[in-house]
Ligand binder design. Structure first.
Ligand SMILES: C[S@@+](CC[C@H](N)C(=O)[O-])C[C@H]1O[C@@H](n2cnc3c(N)ncnc32)[C@H](O)[C@@H]1O
Length: 350
């Protein structure tokens, strides 16, 4: 997974967590220095203002990676950094949990990267990963991460004053992210972040940043958002999720098969995440479904732009739509790419 670096102070950290729709987490760089041996590592790590970010009474989670460095043993590096933090905070026996995976850290996470004998020390500012907006409790089969749903809408250049349709909506993530985007509702408005637990948390500044975001929200979406799925349970889950996200009134959810969709006359964007299917036995049925998808798009969505996540080039081809790649990523561990085509031309014969 890639990263993007930018500079700023506290307010930037608060705003980034609150507003970024596609980031997984925001980590703040504490220090960068050369360290060829443990004495240098400890001397530098001890000098950092850990008291701003860490509460001594709570466990610290450490995620350490070492690449092409003399200090190559991540366990030993973690131990020294923890010792340095304890010295700086003037406490002993901080409970440490070593972390390797970037799954959901909810505690205080310190990230240590050794590369080419340089050490990068960072603290996590987000806590739970940012795709957890707080609205999705009910999920249907194979839900897509909220951040990926937002990424599809942004990469496809959906104009928020044009209609949006997801005919395989599942638990409604793409439609809900669309409504949040169109109403300029900050994705993090209803959740907490790790920086709120920091000793240097500025509650007044946060209240101002939060209030600015709340005021910027529009009362309604400017154009229809339609979401359908053939599965009744999916529609029930999607409706409940949209209500929790505060956008129930902005989306029309309907239980409908793909073949029965009724797009608005004004062209817009179809943004969707069709079933992938991993088992071989599902492939033939999926090929038919993708072929049908292409057919329905040509028959009912002339003038529309179509964007989707795809895990299989053969299935993409089965649609007979001329897709261009938008971005590559993974969804639930499966490599997927977002593709788009359009505006769609109507074919007389299919
Ligand atoms: C990968 S899931 C979509 C997940 C969704 N993006 C979410 O975040 O929950 C694909 C959905 O397509 C639906 N589906 C499969 N075949 C369909 C068809 N012919 N017509 C309508 N929906 C269909 C399934 O019920 C399933 O909910």
């Amino acid at each position: 997974m890639g990263g993007v670096a930018f500079t700023g102070g506290r307010e930037t950290i608060y705003r980034a967590n609150l507003h970024l729709r596609t980031a997984s987490r925001i980590i703040a760089r504490v220090a960068e220095f050369g360290a060829r041996g443990f004495p240098e590592l400890v001397r530098q790590a001890k000098r950092q203002p850990w008291e701003r970010y860490l509460v001594a009474e709570r466990p610290v989670q450490l995620r350490v990676t070492c690449r092409k460095s003399r200090l190559y043993h991540s366990g030993a590096v973690a131990e020294r950094v923890l010792e340095s933090i304890e010295k700086r905070l003037g406490v002993e026996g901080i409970v440490a949990v070593q972390r390797v995976q970037d799954d959901d850290a909810t505690g205080q996470l310190v990230i240590v990267r050794m590369a080419h004998d340089r050490c990068l020390l960072s603290v996590d500012t987000s806590g739970e990963l940012l795709h957890r907006r707080g609205y999705r409790e009910a999920t249907a089969k194979a839900p897509i991460r909220e951040t990926l749903a937002a990424a599809l809408l942004l990469a496809a250049d959906w104009r928020t004053d044009a209609p949006l349709l997801d005919p395989f909506c599942g638990s409604g993530t793409i439609a809900i992210e669309g409504a949040l985007l169109a109403r300029r509702i900050a994705p993090g408005l209803h959740r907490r972040f790790a920086f709120m637990e920091w000793p240097d948390f500025d509650a007044g500044l946060w209240r101002r940043v939060h209030a600015d975001a709340a005021q910027a929200a529009l009362p309604h979406v400017p154009s229809p958002i339609l979401a359908s799925d053939r599965d009744a349970g999916a529609i029930a889950a999607a409706t409940a999720n949209a209500a929790r996200a505060g956008v129930a009134g902005d989306i029309t959810f309907e239980q409908r098969a793909l073949s029965a969709i009724e797009p608005p006359a004004e062209p817009g964007w179809v943004c969707t995440n069709p079933p992938y299917g991993v088992r071989v036995s599902e492939r033939a049925a999926l090929r038919n479904l993708y072929a049908q998808f292409g057919k329905v798009m040509r028959a009912k969505c002339a003038g529309w732009t179509v964007a989707m996540y795809s895990a299989d080039a053969r299935l993409e081809k089965a649609t007979r739509l001329s897709f261009r790649p938008l971005l590559n990523t993974t969804n639930g561990g499966i490599p997927v790419r977002a593709v788009a085509c359009g505006p769609i031309e109507m074919r007389k014969k299919d």
